[in-house]
Write a protein that binds this ligand. Sequence first.
Ligand code: ADP
Ligand code: MG
Length: 362
Amino acid sequence: MSQSIDRSSITAVLAGIADPETGRPLTEMGQVQAIDIGTDSLAVRVGLTTHSALLWNQTRGRIEELLRARFPQVPKVSVTVAPHDRPPGKLGQIGLEAKSVIAVGSGKGGVGKSTIAASIAIGLARAGSRVGLLDADVYGPSVPHLLGLSGRPQIENGKIMPALAEIGSQRMPVMSMGFLVPPGEAVVWRGPMLHGAISQMLRDTAWGPLDYLIIDMPPGTGDIALTLSQVLPLSGAVVVCTPQDVALLDATKAIAMFRKVNIPVLGMVENMSFFVCPDTQKRYNIFGTGGARRTASELDIPFLGEVPLQIPIREHGDSGTTADNFADPACREYLEAICTRLVGNLAAAHAVRPPLPSLPVL
Ligand SMILES: Nc1ncnc2c1ncn2[C@@H]1O[C@H](COP(=O)(O)OP(=O)(O)O)[C@@H](O)[C@H]1O
Ligand SMILES: [Mg+2]
């Protein structure tokens, strides 16, 4: 049934929409920026944060749909989204300014964990979120190589200056043990050293305010997951695997490890899911198929998506141009879907259980 239009009836519709970042009604935190009621038109502008950049379109569409349904007598309904600033609070004892910290792990090496971690960071940054990328794989730091970054970081005002990866108009801060240890040098890490190195890279890097910090975890070991869970609250972990049984078994162990240290598992990504032959367009399930989706459902975690084996992904990785995976429509489609689902699932979790507002640091 159509309803008469006035500001309060419009506000009532907007009150039913949760801000994707906080899960709180848009009306609660000053995000309704303008409401214009014309003779045959209705225009609304809402503010959304860069944390939700990947969901701006979706949220805008949802608001428009609800307004059209509520006021069918209005021919022109338009909703626009503008930036809404909400700076991050400080996390944990280390004072990192970030809204969501997401660890990317796997049970097994070589499944493409670093490629996926870097791609998630790039996908979020491309959409407009402020993203940092920490390579916590101290045993085999590969993020500098994947992003074509090198050189020793400078120290300024007692802070380590991160390398900056150019992602569109953004400069994404990246920190890795690979910048600190000469390439090819083996480091034998013992528990306390490992804890110290990771905490220091988190604490002493000049990250600046972030919407997301993406952490590329080393395979297997629970030491670093434990360290992370002790020094800062993590939003959760993404587990990468291939469709093979051995990789799935290891992924299952990685999920158990994250759960043991109380890091929620945000979802599973299946990498190297299949190969489409460029000459014949025939699909080959080289490592089997559907295993990760099945395992995710058995373990009751979301499946975030699959990424096929693609020659450009390997080539971009080797030449330090991983960001170019997004220039190739065939790769971009899969990577963007994973990023959007990840942010959507975080938003859905917040809508059910809004995070506590961050407390002031005394
Ligand atoms: N979907 C993919 N298609 C083609 N090559 C891939 C894909 N994912 C990863 N690779 C390549 O596989 C190798 C291992 O990936 P990497 O991300 O370093 O794995 P991990 O961090 O799990 O050890 C790299 O050379 C990378 O470019
Ligand atoms: Mg790696």
